[in-house]
Design a binder for this molecule. Structure first.
Ligand SMILES: CC(C)(COP(=O)(O)OP(=O)(O)OC[C@H]1O[C@@H](n2cnc3c(N)ncnc32)[C@H](O)[C@@H]1OP(=O)(O)O)[C@@H](O)C(=O)NCCC(=O)NCCS
Length: 197
């Protein structure tokens, strides 16, 4: 049977040099709770820090989202291959036709190792290839320097600043809006291939 043009399937797990991005399972509860209950991790996230009930609700919701058809939310565990530890989460969400939102978070012990950059590059490849995205977008709090730097490192372009983008955790959030259009990604890849001969 011919495949529907709208069918979108993310090939999982996604494997990078050091990480495996895979579906979450119930047994990941403790690992998820460890980073999402940490206020340093959730400082620039609209949610959290979560208590145990909050983590349980979140995990239940994301396990349900794995069964959605068509699936629009791909929230994945970030597993360090060498240790087998779940060190964070990342996600691709189809927010409208051919537009995919990208995000990531890691436990603080694993910051500064280049992992978020590795994750974002792999997610971008998967979004353009598997989900047939035309644009990848990401919004980030204007003060979240580490994340802004990751988005820039993977070639995302600053497009706008949204003043009072959202109200969460008793404050208004000013956010930068970053975009990676497919043609920019393809050009960057061509250039890289040429450089590598
Ligand atoms: C954002 C986050 C995922 C980055 O993870 P990471 O694995 O440390 O990121 P990387 O190591 O790939 O890259 C971070 C870059 O930002 C730089 N950086 C880190 N903190 C910085 C700061 N305060 N100011 C400027 N640059 C900073 C690092 O030096 C690095 O750049 P370099 O490779 O040129 O040295 C991590 O800090 C995190 O989980 N934060 C909490 C959740 C979050 O904010 N998620 C993003 C929501 S949009």
């Amino acid at each position: 049977m011919t495949k529907l043009r709208t069918e979108r399937k993310l090939a999982l797990p996604i494997t990078t040099a050091r990480l495996r991005l895979r579906e979450f399972v119930l047994a990941d509860f403790d690992a998820i709770h460890a980073y999402s209950s940490d206020p340093r991790v959730t400082k620039y996230l609209f949610f959290g820090p979560r208590d145990a009930d909050g983590t349980a609700d979140y995990l239940e919701g994301l396990l349900e989202s794995q069964r959605e058809l068509p699936r629009t939310r791909f929230e994945l565990a970030v597993e360090e291959i060498a240790s087998g530890r779940v060190i964070g989460a990342c996600d691709l969400s189809v927010i409208e036709r051919n537009v995919v939102d990208l995000g990531y978070m890691l436990g603080i012990a694993d910051w500064g190792k280049g992992y978020a950059t590795e994750i974002a590059l792999a997610l971008a490849e998967a979004a353009f290839h598997d989900l047939r995205a035309e644009r990848i977008i990401s919004t980030v709090d204007v003060n979240n320097q580490a994340s802004i730097h990751v988005l820039e490192k993977v070639g995302m372009r600053w497009e706008a600043v949204f003043r009072k983008h959202r109200r969460a955790k008793n404050r208004w959030w000013d956010c930068h809006f970053f975009v990676l259009p497919r043609e920019v990604w393809e050009l960057a890849k061509e250039r890289l291939d040429a450089e590598q001969g």
